[in-house]
Design a protein around this ligand. Structure first.
Ligand code: NAD
Ligand code: DAU
Length: 370
């Protein structure tokens, strides 16, 4: 039985991880620490908070007094650190928050955990999992081999640079203080509860609303899509069966370019609308409601500056050393995800109100159709 701290547990991956942990490790006590930024959503956690299955603390990972107090009260033996600013486009418009949370926040949490575990003399039993990204490795050419744990760090966006810096801090704590830490670098996640500013939910929701589907540049950029439930299972395996001081890459083995991803979303929506009259009545603004393809909404817009061309993960070490393999195929996972957004209209309508609209203006206002 462990007392577990999950930071960023109200974000996309965090919410999925909290639910997975609650289902699979019922005996552990879970505390979620999250600053509840624009990216957070507490709706799915509310029932768990209400009946005491998790404890939720609203707070900033940079707040050493708060994190120290939480360690004193709960005597954590497991930390999964997910709190971060995570959106590349936002890091281009306003990088400072990324340095604050991703670098200083990670440092504060590392130091708090190390001090506590040293003081209690429990470092040998404790584990700190730092959740990071494949973006630290930079961009691959079309024929390059996939990223391994030995690939050099070449971050290209302020987001990726801030995550790279946080990885280096973790590594330095392992080497210098024998911190019992592990790092995971994963590829693009998708699935339930993803914020609608990221590619897949954005395209689904825009299509339902009959708005343009803005593909950056020519849409040839490739991502390696990982279903969030596969990712969460892998994180739970790494923190228990991984080796302290090691890094593990987690990927879905699903390389797709953005044009194909958006086309597939359109095809799934077209078929769903053709088969279900209630969808046609609910989403009158979607072209599929009038028997047209959602593909008619596809538009190519100005590219992201410094846009990485391709990410691909070699997840061989995860399979060999931890015995974990991601198994959800992209077509099936995407179909299920599109249907989740169709069923959860209330959730995304709430998220896409207010502050989200201001962000949309900031990010898309200047982009010209090309
Ligand atoms: P997200 O943006 O959906 O959620 C981040 C969460 O962190 C939010 O709930 C937010 O409120 C919280 N947070 C932000 N600043 C904080 C602070 N200072 N103190 C406490 N909480 C704070 O992100 P996500 O997509 O769920 O990603 C989770 C982690 O996984 C991040 O570290 C990200 O870098 C990494 N990652 C994500 C992906 C992906 O495809 N989503 C892929 C690779 C790695
Ligand atoms: O690779 C892991 C990373 O994946 C994570 O570390 C990040 O936290 C996560 O946000 C994600 O980063 P990306 O930049 O790859 O994700 P995003 O959903 O923003 O974009 C995916 C691809 O789609 C990318 O090539 C840019 C493109 N895109 C994105 C948006 C939002 C578009 O063409 N149009 C869009 O409107």
């Amino acid at each position: 039985m462990h007392n577990v701290l999950i930071t960023g547990g109200a974000g996309f991956i965090g919410q999925n991880l909290v639910h997975a942990w609650r289902q699979l490790r019922g005996q552990d006590r879970l505390v979620v620490l999250d600053a509840v930024t624009y990216a957070a959503n507490l709706r799915s956690l509310e029932p768990l908070i209400a009946d005491g299955r998790i404890m939720f603390v609203r707070g900033d990972v940079r707040d050493a007094a708060l994190t120290g107090g939480l360690f004193e009260t709960h005597r954590f033996s497991r930390v999964l650190h997910l709190a971060a600013e995570s959106h590349v486009d936002r890091s281009i418009v306003d990088p400072e928050a990324f340095l604050q949370t991703n670098v200083l926040g990670t440092f504060t949490l590392l130091k708090t955990a190390l001090d506590a575990w040293q003081a209690w003399d429990t470092i040998a039993q404790a584990r700190f999992l730092h959740v990071s990204t494949d973006e630290v490795y930079g961009s691959l050419g079309p024929a390059d081999p996939a990223f391994t744990e030995a690939s050099p760090y070449r971050p290209n966006s302020p987001y990726a640079a801030s995550k790279a810096a946080s990885d280096h801090l973790v590594r330095s704590f392992v080497a210098t203080y024998a911190m019992p830490a592990l790092i995971t670098n994963c590829s693009n996640n998708y699935g339930p509860y993803q914020h609608p500013e990221k590619l897949i939910p954005l395209m689904i929701i825009h299509a339902l609303q009959g708005r343009p589907l803005p593909i950056y540049g020519d849409g040839s950029n490739v991502r390696d899509w990982l279903h969030v439930s596969d990712h969460c299972r892998a994180l739970m395996a790494v923190i228990e069966r991984g080796q302290c001081g090691e890094t593990y890459n987690i990927g879905g083995g699903n390389e797709r370019n953005n044009r194909d991803v958006v086309g597939l979303i359109c095809d799934i929506l077209d078929s769903a609308f053709a088969a279900d009259g209630t969808l046609r009545a609910r989403f009158l603004t979607c072209p599929a409601a009038a028997g047209q393809s959602c593909r008619t909404l596809i538009s190519h817009v100005t590219d992201r500056p410094g846009h990485d061309h391709r990410y691909a993960i070699d997840a061989g070490k995860l399979a060999r050393d931890v015995g974990e393999r991601c198994s959800i195929g992209f077509e099936a996972g995407l179909d299920e995800t599109v249907r989740w957004y169709l069923a959860q209209e209330g959730w995304w309508r709430e998220v896409t109100s207010g502050a989200y609209r201001i962000w949309l203006d900031q990010n898309y206002g200047f982009r010209l159709a090309v």
